[in-house]
Design a protein around this ligand. Structure first.
Ligand SMILES: Nc1nc2c(ncn2[C@@H]2O[C@H](COP(=O)(O)OP(=O)(O)OP(=O)(O)O)[C@@H](O)[C@H]2O)c(=O)[nH]1
Ligand SMILES: [Zn+2]
Length: 361
């Protein structure tokens, strides 16, 4: 399991703020209430007071001017002031963005060359991958694992369509690097004869008590999973649209949905239209931190060692060679291979669907 690490880049003090004349600012907004951002729709933020608690209240808010261009994204903890009743037509103001424990950035593309933060404070990335139809793409999975480990998040590989193909190969590939694996499949309820998704309980168990972001290519069954986990998902999204009266969410926006019926507050953040997460910010040293055993060994590497397969005198290679027995050597080699795969995925181009399936990797 990668250790959750504090990422100083996410909480950088914004320059310039302190130089503004303080008298112009309201004193600290002492009456502010803390809320969780669940959806963003063109300048309108749906936030929850007491998220998951007995007094949960859904309110609509806008960003206070003092926040300038600072982005507010689903998962953010924010302070809100003004009309926080949540009554029809009410609009509160977001005056502060809480420190972010983790951030995920979407991949830069033609429509937006900047890797913008799209989700904050998630504990886990759930990479939804179909075992068949469409074929799994390990390069996309690697990129997601690299982004999550860099952000200090755990990773769950949710393998769907287990009724169509076996999960052994992918499980063997990812379990050794600390990735949880859950397999779901289509089944039939013996009592009613209705089509169901099996494996949901195991999935729910892993998700319980945390905030998890789901990502996956079109057609892998991500919507099917979200709808099974959050049966009222559509309505939850609908509320936002009713309030704003502004039609659908843009395809790249994320939305936080609460999973009910669990023993602790549980959230999934769906990311429609997002296929992968940006890796431009990933730091190899940071990535190494997710592999504690390798991290210790690599401290002895020559200065500037890239730890890639072609790096001369990388102590990671010596560490594999120096294993006391064949079993240990194989295990170490597998760890190193996986780490290097993630390292390389960071440098590669985005998976554009040109068919680098798992089997033909
Ligand atoms: N055989 C099988 N089919 C499944 C399973 N889960 C989902 N599907 C089917 O796969 C197709 C895609 O599922 P969706 O849930 O719409 O996939 P998605 O990832 O949300 O894709 P987009 O809606 O395009 O983003 C649908 O026809 C589902 O019925 C499964 O476990 N087994
Ligand atoms: Zn090295």
């Amino acid at each position: 399991m990668p250790q959750r690490r504090y990422d100083e880049r996410d909480v950088r003090i914004r320059p310039g703020r302190g130089s503004r004349p303080r008298t112009k600012r309201r004193p600290e907004h002492a009456d502010a209430r803390t809320a969780m951002v669940v959806a963003v729709d063109r300048g309108r933020y749906t936030v929850l007071l007491d998220p998951g608690g007995p007094d949960e209240t859904r309110i609509l808010a806008m960003k206070a001017r003092e926040l300038g261009r600072d982005r507010v994204v689903p998962g953010d903890r924010v302070d809100v002031v003004g009309d926080t009743t949540g009554a029809d037509g009410s609009l509160a103001r977001i005056v502060r963005i809480g420190e972010r424990r983790t951030v995920l950035r979407r991949t830069a593309d033609d429509t937006d060359p900047v890797e913008r933060i799209i989700v904050a404070n998630a504990d886990r990335l759930v990479v939804v991958t179909a075992l068949a139809d469409p074929e799994p793409r390990t390069r996309m999975i690697d990129r997601c694992v690299a982004a999550a480990y860099d952000a200090g998040m755990e990773v769950l590989l949710a393998l769907t369509k287990g009724d169509l193909a076996d999960a052994g190969e992918l499980t063997a590939m990812y379990a050794p690097i600390g990735v949880d694996v859950v397999v779901t499949r289509r089944g039939t309820d013996p009592a009613t004869g209705e089509r169901t998704i099996e494996g949901l309980d195991a999935l729910r168990d892993v998700l319980t008590g945390a905030v998890s972001v789901l990502v996956g290519h079109s057609g892998v069954g991500k919507s099917t999973l979200v709808n099974a986990l959050v049966p009222d998902a559509r309505r939850a999204v609908g509320v936002v649209n009713d309030v704003t009266g502004r039609g659908r969410h843009t395809s790249s926006s994320a939305i936080a949905l609460e999973v009910h019926g669990t023993t602790a507050p549980t959230w999934v953040i769906d990311t429609p239209g997002v296929r992968s997460f940006g890796l431009a910010h990933v730091d190899p040293a940071h990535l190494l931190g997710a592999f504690a055993d390798l991290d210790d060994v690599a401290r002895e590497c020559p200065r500037g060692c890239t730890h890639l397969a072609d790096s001369p005198d990388c102590t990671l290679d010596e560490w594999v060679a120096a294993a006391p027995d064949d079993v240990t050597r194989a295990a170490r080699a597998a760890r190193l291979d996986s780490f290097r795969r993630l390292l390389v995925s960071r440098l590669g181009v985005e998976d554009d669907g040109d068919g680098d399936g798992a089997r033909g990797r």
